[in-house]
Design a protein around this ligand. Sequence first.
Ligand code: SF4
Length: 386
Amino acid sequence: MRIGIPRALMFYRYYPFLKTFVEGCGHEVVTSPPTDLGILEKGTECCVDDICVAVKAFFGHVDHLKDGVDALLVPRLVSVEKRRYDTFTCPKLIAAPDMVRFFPHRPPLLLEWVLDVKRAPWWWGCLRLGGRLGATPCRVLGAYREARREQARYEALLRGGSLPHEAIEEWESGPGEAAGITRGAGPRRAAGETAATGAREARGGNGGAGGNGGCLPPQAGQGKVAGDITVAVLGHPYLLGDGMLNKNLFRWLRESGARVLTNSAFSDEDLEREARLLPDISWSFERELLAAASLFSRRCDVDGIIYLTSFGCGPDSLVMEMFRRETLPRDGKAFMEVVLDEHSAESGVRTRAEAFVDMLRYRETKKAGGRLGAEAVARARAGGRT
Ligand code: SF4
C-alpha cells in the first residue's frame, strides 16, 4: 500500500519514527510537499474560521494527498509522558484522526497511530497499527525497534541545532551526510554557522544550572561577542519548521545579522530540570515551551526572545501569559510575540523581525556607549545581509 503522511502538525516531531515503522511493515510512505499557498488556501477553505492556522495547513495537506495514496496515516497523541498528574497534548492533536474521519476530501482508508504513554507504552500503538498493516507481531517488533533508533537519530539532529524541516532533510539524506553537517545553501550558512555550533550554543550553560535565579553563562568558549545579537525563537515544531506558516522568520532574522537559537535544540533533560522549577502544566508540549522560555530568558548570551504562536491557540495563550508574568519580569529580556494566521504577510513578519533586531542592537549600543552597536551594524552590513 502507498501510505500518505501529511507534512503538518506532528509530522515535524515523529515523521522519522512513522516512516521507518511503516516501511518496516512492508509499505511505501508518501508525504505531501512543503506547505505552499495553494495547500494553505485549500486547508483554510475546508476549516472553520477560528481554528488555528496549523490545523488549517494540516487539512490542506490531507487534501493534497487524497488522490495519490491508498491510505492516510494520522497520529493521535493523547499523552506523551507519565507524571503524577494527568498530562495531555492539545485537543486538536488528540482528535486529529477524528477530524480527518469527517473530512470529505481524504483517501478512503484512515490509519491512526495512538501514543498514550500515560496508559500504554509506545509499542502498544505500533502493535495496533502493525495489525492493520497486515504485519506479523514479530515483524512489528523489528520495525518498532528500528523506528525508535531512527527517531533517536532525528532527535540528535534537532539537538544539533537544526530546525525541524532541516533535521528531516538531513535525516533523509542518511547517517553519513548527517554526521558532519554543514548544510548547503540555507540561511544558517549565510550566517556562517554550522548546525553543530548551533547545538552547542543552544544547549550552552543549561546543564548543571543551579537555582531558578541568576544568569546562565554560555557554553565555555562560545561566549557572546560584544555587539553581536542573539535571538531565541520559541514555538511548536510545525511553526518552526514550516516556512509558509512562519513567513520565513528565520531567514529575516539571519539576514538582519542575528544569531538564532530555537527551543528544539534543548535536550529532554535540560527541559525537565528547568520545568521542575516552574508551575505544573498538564499540556506536555507547552510545559516544554515554558521551560525553554525560562532557560532562554536566563541565558546571558540571549538578547531577545520571540514567541511564535498561531492565532486562536488555547494552550499557547496560557503559557505565554505565564511566561510574560512570571519569567520575563525576573530576567528583563526583550520579548516579541508573533501571532500567525492564514492572513499573515511575509512583509509584515520581515518588518517585525528586522525592527526587533535593530531595537536589540540599539540597546547594545546604549549599553556600550555607542561604539559596539555601530561596529555590529557595520559587521551585519558587510557580511550578514544577502
Ligand atoms: S497547540 Fe495550538 S497551534 Fe498547535 S494544534 Fe493546538 S491550537 Fe493549534
